[in-house]
Design a protein around this ligand. Structure first.
Ligand code: ZN
Length: 494
C-alpha cells in the first residue's frame, strides 16, 4: 500500500472511528460528568452515528441547554414503531442515571443495538436537571423539586420534558433516579435495602389495569432476570420507613411525578431507582452506573421483543380515555392496603454486612379507592379565571366551544366546611360539599367547556373534583379554589 493510501485510510478511520468515551469512565468514575461535558459528548456521539440525532428541548432555570438524543432509523411512513422516552436526573444529587444514559448513547453510537431501531424510536434526555447536577443538589436552580412539579409545572425543565413527551407521543417512559438506603432509622432497625436497581410501575388506580398488569407480570420479571444474569440485584420499588416503623408500599399514588404524570395518560411508565453512594455522590459510582445501564438495556430488549403488542396495548388504553364514557367511576381518594401476600425483604445487615431476609408485617401493596365520583360529560371552567385558563393551555387540554348547554344538567359544589386529612402520608384539605343542580340555561357567567372524553380524562377528573386528595386545589397557587362557604369554581356538566 502506498503512503497516500495509508493516510487516506487513517483519515477515514478517524472520521468514522469509535464514538467518544464517557468522560466519567475516562477518569475512573472519580467525578461525574458536568453539564458541559454532556453537551460535548452528545455532539461527538451523534456525528459518529447514522442513527443518532440531537436537539435542545429547552433551557434549565439557570440557562443550561437541555439536550436530548433521538435514536432512530431514517423514519418510515406510516410510523408503527414503539416510542420510548428515557430521562434521567430530575434530582441533581442522583448521579448514576445520567452516567448510564451516557453509556447507552455511546453503545448506540457504536452500533451495538442497531436491531432496536427496527422496532423502537428512542429519545434519551441524559440530564433534565443540569444545574442541580453540577452542584450535586436535588432541586433545580430555582429551588424546585422537579419530581413534584408535573402538574403545575413551574420549572422550565418540567415543561420541556412534557413538551417532548407530547410531540414525540411516547408510549413508554422511563424516569431514572437513585434511592438512599443508609438513613438512621434503617441502621437502628439493623439492616438496609441494598438492591442495585429498584423499578417502580404505575400505582394510581385510574391507570389502565392492563398496562399495570403488563408492567408487573411481564416487564419487571424480564428486567430482573437480565439484571441477575449480569450480577445485579433487583426489587420492585418499595418505599416506606424501616419495617417496624410503618407501612411498606410501592410508592406514591400521586401523579405529580415523572412516572405517574405520564401513566395517568395511559403510558407504560417506569421509575428506576438505583442505589446511591453512602456519600450521596461518587462512592461506588461505577457499579451504580453499570447497574442502571443494564437495567435500561433489559427494558429496551424487552420492549424490542414486545414492541407491536406494547404499542397496541397503550393505544387501545388511550382510545378508552379519548372515548371515555360519562358515568364511569373515577377514584379521587385512595389508600394502600394489605393483601394476602407477605413480603420477605432481603436486607443487608448494618452490623455484619451480611444479607438477611426480613418478614415485613406492614406490607401494603394494594391500592384501593376510598372515594369515587362518576365521570361527568364535561367540566366548566370560569372564563375569567386566568390561572385556570393558563393551566388548560399548559396541558393542551381540549376545549369544546360547540356544546349547547341549554338542555344539559349542570351541577356545582357548595363548600360547607373543610377539614385536614392525611392520606398516603399526603396532608390535604377535605371539604364537605353539598351538590346543587340546575339547567345549563340558568348559567349567568361565561365558561369554557372541557370535555372528559380526551387523553387527559382521568387527569381532569382527579384534578377538578374538590374532594380529590390529589386535586388541583391542593397544589401550589390553586389553594384559592377551596374556600369555606363558597361555591367551587369548576362546575360539572352531567
Ligand atoms: Zn430522585
Amino acid at each position: 500500500m502506498t503512503r497516500g493510501l495509508l493516510l487516506i485510510l487513517a483519515l477515514w478511520l478517524n472520521a468514522c472511528g469509535t464514538p467518544p468515551e464517557s468522560p466519567t469512565l475516562l477518569r475512573n468514575y472519580q467525578q461525574p460528568a458536568t453539564s458541559q461535558e454532556i453537551i460535548d459528548f452528545v455532539e461527538e456521539a451523534v456525528v459518529k452515528s447514522d442513527n443518532l440525532y440531537h436537539t435542545v428541548i429547552g433551557y434549565s432555570e439557570g440557562g443550561t441547554p437541555l439536550v436530548a438524543v433521538h435514536a432512530s432509523n431514517p423514519s418510515e411512513y406510516p410510523d408503527t414503531k414503539l416510542h420510548v422516552l428515557i430521562f434521567a436526573q430530575q434530582h441533581g444529587n442522583e448521579q448514576s442515571g445520567k452516567e448510564a444514559a451516557l453509556l447507552l448513547i455511546r453503545d448506540m453510537a457504536n452500533g451495538m443495538y442497531n436491531h432496536w431501531f427496527e422496532k423502537l424510536e428512542i429519545w434519551i434526555v441524559p440530564q433534565i436537571n443540569p444545574d442541580g447536577s453540577d452542584m450535586n443538589e436535588r432541586r433545580n436552580a430555582g429551588g424546585i423539586d422537579l419530581n413534584r412539579d408535573h402538574i403545575v409545572q413551574l420549572a422550565p425543565e418540567t415543561r420541556a420534558i412534557h413538551n417532548l413527551f407530547r410531540e414525540f407521543n411516547a408510549h413508554v417512559t422511563v424516569d431514572i433516579h437513585e434511592y438512599y438506603p443508609y438513613r438512621e432509622s434503617w441502621a437502628e432497625f439493623g439492616g438496609y435495602k441494598n438492591f442495585d436497581v429498584q423499578v417502580g410501575i404505575p400505582t394510581n388506580p385510574n391507570v389502565s389495569e392492563e398496562i399495570k398488569t403488563f408492567a408487573l407480570m411481564k416487564a419487571l420479571p424480564s428486567i430482573e432476570k437480565h439484571l441477575n444474569e449480569k450480577g445485579f440485584s433487583f426489587h420492585n420499588y418499595i418505599v416506606g420507613p424501616a419495617p417496624n416503623l410503618g407501612r411498606t408500599r410501592h410508592s406514591t399514588v400521586d401523579f405529580d411525578d415523572g412516572r405517574q404524570s405520564f401513566a395517568i395518560q395511559n403510558t407504560l411508565s417506569f421509575i428506576y431507582e438505583g442505589i446511591n453512594g453512602q456519600d450521596g455522590y461518587i462512592e461506588n459510582l461505577e457499579r451504580r452506573t453499570i447497574g442502571q445501564y443494564e437495567g435500561l438495556v433489559a427494558l429496551l430488549e424487552f420492549l424490542y421483543d414486545t414492541a407491536p403488542e406494547t404499542r397496541s396495548m397503550v393505544e387501545k388504553a388511550r382510545k378508552n380515555l379519548k372515548e371515555a364514557k360519562t358515568g364511569e367511576k373515577v377514584a379521587i381518594r385512595m389508600e394502600h392496603f394489605p393483601d394476602t401476600s407477605t413480603l420477605m425483604l432481603p436486607l443487608t445487615s448494618s452490623k455484619t454486612g451480611l444479607d438477611t431476609l426480613v418478614m415485613v408485617e406492614n406490607y401494603h401493596p394494594l391500592v384501593q379507592p376510598t372515594l369515587e365520583v362518576s365521570r361527568p360529560f364535561a367540566y366548566l371552567v370560569p372564563a375569567n379565571d386566568n390561572q385556570l385558563i393558563e393551566f388548560l393551555k399548559l396541558h393542551k387540554l381540549v376545549i369544546d366551544t360547540n356544546v349547547d348547554l341549554s338542555d344539559r344538567i349542570v351541577s356545582r359544589y357548595f363548600i360547607e366546611s373543610i377539614e385536614t386529612s392525611i392520606d398516603e402520608e399526603l396532608p390535604n384539605r377535605l371539604p364537605r360539599v353539598i351538590t346543587q343542580t340546575m339547567n345549563g340555561n340558568e348559567l349567568t357567567e361565561e365558561y369554557l367547556l372541557v370535555p372528559t372524553a380526551q387523553l387527559h380524562s382521568n387527569f381532569i377528573v382527579s384534578l377538578f373534583e374538590p374532594q380529590s386528595m390529589l386535586g388541583l386545589a391542593q397544589r401550589p397557587g390553586f389553594e384559592y379554589l377551596l374556600e369555606e362557604g363558597e361555591v367551587f369554581g369548576i362546575l360539572r356538566v352531567e
